[in-house]
Design a protein around this ligand. Structure first.
Ligand code: STR
Length: 436
């Protein structure tokens, strides 16, 4: 197999500083191949997804100068996501132990994000996660539904106002971006006045183009903001999940201030960043497949089917960073050596023909079998917010098309492109005409 990508032009020059001309020790492929270099600007996501699929199930990738393995197959991913030898603890990472990866690596915030349910395993993970997960079950979410409906309709009013003169409206900034942040804020008890600041901070946090000093400042600001929030709610509890996490005794072991802050941070970041993509990617898929949109508007196919297919075909979490092999782990014909980093490439996983059939790379809401994707992950870390995101998209999408049944792109669809965000499938903007 030949590698479709050129090695990085100047290995070792990247701020990660990891690659020498020969490649770091123990990281060269047995057959001398270079890894697939993922484009930090995400200019060809579909092409990259195909290349990952073709090279799978275990593929060597380079992400902003750092090498890791990625998993591109549904069955292997499922298996590995319940394999306890694959752990979240960054201290198991050889490149971290040797100092080859430092906080200067632009993606470090995706891994070393502080102690939370996202970064620990085993019994401690259950201790950190259970209370939060229980608060977002489908049954508990019924209470949030009217709130989500109200936020959705308010935002759609704003969309209508902006498009009143027949001009174009950015469906991202006016609808898909504020909706998830508003919803997660109600659940967690985040002050709406912080929204503009949080939008700005997360945009900088996720972008590969953010200068390093700014990125450090952004992470510091986010950490301080959430810690303040937890302290404030400790002093004056309110009716939200953050206050509940502070007060819960977790079987005699209450969560510490930093643990609550870590969970809060993870929930806001995840609830915000991923659901924007779910909404916009669904709209884009429908507008580029008008015959399928027709089926939905005529009630022939459910909105649930649209959402599950969008989750599979154009999933929000392109690459999920990162787990570490605490021992050598065999995958297919290969081995992940102990101490190496492992990424789950959910977009490629969603295109697995073995799981979804020969047309896995096409959007088709009429698939005969229910779509069994793992875009929310699998195993102990499976997305605790999955039901919430389904409720949000399940309200937002029908409401949008009911209000604007003639919604259409205001620019050629090729101009609707990804943000420079390597790990998330996030669009820059989404100009539409409402047409009445
Ligand atoms: C962002 C930075 C932060 O403060 C906390 C977290 C933990 C949860 C992470 C989040 C991160 C990045 C986006 C993630 C989310 C969990 C799910 C979400 C990875 C690192 C996805 O994109 C699926």
């Amino acid at each position: 197999m030949t590698c479709p990508y050129e090695p990085s032009a100047a290995p070792g020059r990247h701020s990660g500083g990891l690659l020498t001309a020969e490649g770091p020790q123990g990281m060269e492929t047995a057959d001398g191949q270079w890894p697939l270099v993922l484009d930090p600007l995400v200019r060809r996501l579909d092409e990259e997804t195909r290349q990952l699929r073709a090279a799978g199930p275990l593929v060597r990738v380079e992400m902003l100068g750092v090498r890791a393995w990625t998993i591109t197959q549904h069955a292997e991913a499922r298996r590995l996501l319940t394999d306890t030898r694959l752990v979240k603890d960054i201290n198991q990472w050889t490149l971290w132990q040797t100092g080859e990866v430092t906080r200067e690596w632009p993606l470090i915030g995706m891994i070393d994000s502080g102690r939370s349910m996202f970064t620990v395993d085993g019994a401690e993970h259950r201790r950190l996660r259970t209370k939060t997960a229980q608060a977002i079950t489908p049954r508990r979410l019924e209470e949030l539904r009217p709130v989500i409906e109200q936020i959705t309709h308010q935002l759609l009013d704003e969309v209508a106002t902006r498009g009143a003169e027949g001009g174009q409206v950015d469906l991202k900034s006016v609808f898909a971006l504020p909706l998830p942040m508003s919803v997660i804020s109600v659940l967690m008890g985040v002050d709406p006045q912080l929204h503009p600041r949080l939008h700005r901070l997360y945009k900088a946090f996720f972008s590969t183009q953010t200068p390093q000093e700014e990125r450090h400042a952004v992470i510091e600001e986010l950490d301080a903001l959430y810690l303040d929030m937890v302290r404030e709610k400790t002093a004056r509890p309110t009716d939200d999940l953050t206050s509940a996490l502070i007060q819960a005794d977790q079987g005699g072991e209450p969560l510490t201030e930093t643990e609550v802050a870590g969970n809060l941070q993870a929930m806001v970041a995840a609830g915000h960043e991923t659901t924007i993509s779910l909404i916009l990617n669904s709209v884009r898929a429908l507008l580029t497949h008008p015959e399928q949109l027709r089926l939905v508007l005529d009630g022939e196919v459910s909105w649930d089917a649209v959402i599950e297919e969008a989750l599979r075909w154009d999933t929000p979490a392109t690459h999920l960073l990162m787990r570490f092999a605490s021992e050598d782990i065999e995958v297919g014909d290969g081995v992940i050596p102990k101490g190496d980093g492992v990424v789950m490439s959910y977009r490629a996983i969603g295109w697995d023909e073995r799981q979804h059939g020969a047309n896995a790379d096409t959007f088709d809401i009429t698939r005969p079998t229910p779509v069994r994707h793992i875009s929310f992950g699998h195993g102990p870390h499976i997305c605790p917010g999955a039901a919430l995101s389904r409720v949000e998209a399940g309200i937002a999408l029908p409401a949008l098309f009911e209000r604007f049944p003639r919604l259409r792109f205001a620019v050629p669809v090729e101009e609707i492109v990804n943000q420079p965000v390597l790990t998330q499938n996030d669009l820059r903007n989404f100009p539409v005409f409402l047409d009445g």
